[in-house]
Structures are given as C-alpha cells and as structure tokens.
Design a protein around this ligand. Sequence first.
Ligand code: SF4
Length: 373
Amino acid sequence: MSLNHVRPWRNIYRRKSRQVMVGDVAVGGDAPIAVQTMTNTLTTDVAATVAQVQAAAEAGADIVRVSVPDEASSKALKEIVRESTVPIVADIHFHYKRGIEAAEAGAACLRINPGNIGDEKRVKEVINAARDHNCSIRIGVNAGSLEKHLLEKYGEPCPEAMVESGLEHIRILEDNDFHDFKISVKASDVFLSAAAYQGIAEATDAPIHLGITEAGGLVSGTIKSAIGLGNLLWMGIGDTIRVSLSADPVEEVKVGYEILKSLGLRHRGVNIISCPSCARQGFDVIKTVEALEQRLEHIKTPMSLSIIGCVVNGPGEALMTDVGFTGGGAGSGMVYLAGKASHKMSNDQMIDHIVEEVEKKAAELDAAQEAAE
Ligand code: SF4
C-alpha cells in the first residue's frame, strides 16, 4: 500500500499526457510507466529473437522493440509478433516500405520519424498503413541524427533543436490527422537529454518515451540512466522508459524497473533492502543477498525484504518490510514478519527459510489482492 498520503515528500506529480495504445499496453495518461527494451539478435533469426523477447517479458518488459532493417526482417517480424506475449515495436529507419510492411506484419507501434521519409505521398502511405493496422507511432528524435537544417540553424545539437525537430515530426502526423503517437528526444549526454525532454514535455501533451541513448555498459549506463531518467521521472516527466545498455536486454529491463521502484512509481518483485555489511555482521550479508536475488527472481508480487547484518539497523529496517532477517550472535539471527520479531533461525538454514517465508508472504499478498478486485 502506498503511504504517500502520510509521506508527502514522496509524492511525484506526473505530467498530464494523453494516452495511446501500444498493442494492449496503454502508454500515457494515468497508465503505469511502461518498461521497454530492444532485442539485439538478428531479426531474421526468429527463434533467437523470440527467445530474447520472451526472456525480456519474463523479466518484466511491457513492450519490446525489434529492428526492421530489410524486407527479410519484415517477414520475420510477422512470426515474431505471432509468438510474442508482449506488443512489438518495429524500429524503422529511412525506408518507408519497411514501415508499411511492419504495420502489415502486426507491429503494435512503429518507431519512425516521418520527416525523414521525404516524399509526402510516401509519408501518407506509412501513416495510412499504421492507421489501418491499429499501429501507433513513436517519433524518435536523436541528438546524433538531427536534420541538417536544424544543425545549420543552431550550430550543434542542442535542446532547442531537438524540440524543434520533434515538433516538426508531430506536425506532419497531425496534418495527416494521426494522433496516436508518442515521442522521445534522446541524447547520450545526460544534460542535453534532460533539457530536451523538459522542453518537449512543455510543448506537447503527447506521451513521452524516455531514454538516454548509447548510455554505455552495465554499470556506467545504469548510473547515467538513473541520473537522467530518474530526475525526469521525479519531475513527473515520462510515460514509458527504455534503459539503453551495452548489455543483455534483460539487464535493461531490470535496471528500468529498479529506477521506477526507487521512485515508488512501479513495484514488481522483491525489493531487497540490505546493509553494505561490516565487521559487526552476524552472517555474510553480501553472499546472502547475492543468493537471495537469484532465488527470488521468480517472485513478481511487489514486496519488501530486509537483510541486515546486525542489530544496529536490523530491527529498524525490518519494521518497514514484509519479511526481514537481522544477524545476531552465535550463528543465528532473528526473522521478522510484517515488521515484528517472529522467530530465531540459524545462519546455515536462513537462505532456504527466507525464500520460503517470502514465497508464503507473496501468496498471501496475491490472495488479498485477488479478493480486493
Ligand atoms: S547494519 Fe550492522 S553489519 Fe550492517 S553495516 Fe551496519 S553495523 Fe555493519
């Protein structure tokens, strides 16, 4: 349960955006902030791509994007869409025919910049294909590929140029009476991205897809994304997010969720609160947390677990978590349930025991949720 009514310093007031559908996933308005990722397999390798889509979906991805660089990929897309349990966004660059093929293949959304297609007749054809196939569009402005006239006008990629680019693409869609679009204004630079997103958030009520592009590897990219996306989300900007990492898409999904969880914007799975450990620890906190993270991956119910090395912070943290364990002396510690000290458990059995307690609590919470619906 959210306790924000008694903790107003935790409130985030989301920007009011209109809602579009990406397949059966609502983006914008009061819909939960959707987590996206993108496959990095060859799209023509249907089996590998479907496996990656499903792994991402299992990790919590609401939407997955797939690149469609050629006609063979458009054909493969049809099969991928059929096999996938989550809506598929087709990533299109330059070639309008791929856009039409992807819409026909069942893509839930096209990531395409209408201004880059060129010829007005072709733009109309893509927009009509999207409309005919219930396919939304994401305008994806990128600081690295801004239009020449904007670079000439502004001298370099800057927030104003990115916002102007976005608005130009929006105008093309609106002139064609197409309104099911969302927009992103990505840059690899956190400052540029954040400023561009603030600008576009003021200039349109379209849902916003947040991302820091080419953010880097797992650690550096996670930090960049947490700072960039985290600040924007905290300001209330963003309806769907994609964390771009040079890493497995599953990692992108996990990081995306962790950012949303940290801000209380979405909850999924076990939120582990653990201390860094020190000489006072009554058991090996680091190894235990590593093991529990793996053993509890299957839990999707939002809940909290505190794993604290000693009584300095253990009882206090356990007070605010569903399940807790605090290290004690003589090879055992205290198990807390719903904030209250419950029973002692020996260190060598505590991992199995905590997994059991968490599973039990998750089943209880699920049953309570079902009863409330
Ligand atoms: S809670 Fe205890 S074991 Fe953990 S870091 Fe603090 S003092 Fe050390």
